[in-house]
Design a binder for this molecule. Sequence first.
Ligand code: LMR
Length: 348
Amino acid sequence: MRNSWKWWLLLLFASIGLAGWAVSQQVGREPLVYDDEQKGLQNQIIIYFSHVVAENTPKGLAAQKFAELVEQKTDGRVKVEVFPNGSLYSDGEELDALLRGDVQMIAPSFSKVTELVPEWQVLDLPFLFRDEDDVCRVFTGEIGAELLEMLEAKKIKGLALWSNGFKQMMSTTRPLIAPDDFRGLRFRIMPSEVIEKQFRLLGGEPVAVSFDHVYRALEQHEFDGQENTISNIYSKSFYKFQPYITISNHGYLGYAVMMNQAFWDHLPKDIQQKITEAMAEATQWNLQESKAQNERELQQLKRREDVFLYRLSEEEKRKWEQKFAPLYEEFAKRFGARLLDEIRESEK
Ligand code: LMR
């Protein structure tokens, strides 16, 4: 009886020792069961791409297109996860999130970049571009490349300039046609010195509000007017509160597509190459699609009985331009006329 007790104890220690040895043999090894697919996923590079507009907008669609192209071109080695509608970061937060490396890609509007690189104010100047051809030449040519290079000093890899479209004016109670119509009204604007001055020159009171707060602010009647593109007005239903829309094409809403510089620098060279190719294709697609989408949605708005559209005549536009002239003088005084001249030259 006494002996069998000892045997049991011996057996228990032997089993514990054997189990410990078996575990130690597995430490630092691959799991016993794995397949190639799992191994591939472990090496996959994930890029979070955050933006603030709806999925079905020029930026939202271009971001999706870029994600598809990257996945195709890298055979799934890189996955771009797109977060629309400010679901990850609002437009007031996304730039800091990119600089911290909490998100790898964003595409803020030019206005929001001016806080970081003031020379970008040139792109906010009203009536800078006559048509989409001008936009395309500047965005994809040497001037676009020069603007993107300015981001490097801020630890940002500038990948491309994307377009949304020309901005239009809208208001709550009456159409905005003559400069005097703006007097005393309160306007929602994006944060931008040039846009702020643009509304002050018209006698309005501009207030910067982040995009994700606009709908609520309009619902609560905080503003008499604002400027935005047809695609943003349509996708966010802003026309429900501000049904008087003046087709003025007075300014341009475009985006700086950016990546965190340190993240970019750590990508393998072949992946950088594929991302560059995917971005070039997505940009061409965006330039065509954005124009078509704004035109399509303008037709949709025309069909609505609760929306009142007015197209500015050339004569009326000239009156606005005269009001805005000081903005050009001020820009040239502050930053020199070179960038402005180059843009004008490219438009000839
Ligand atoms: C806005 O704030 O109105 C726009 O910049 C939003 C956007 O990204 O199109």
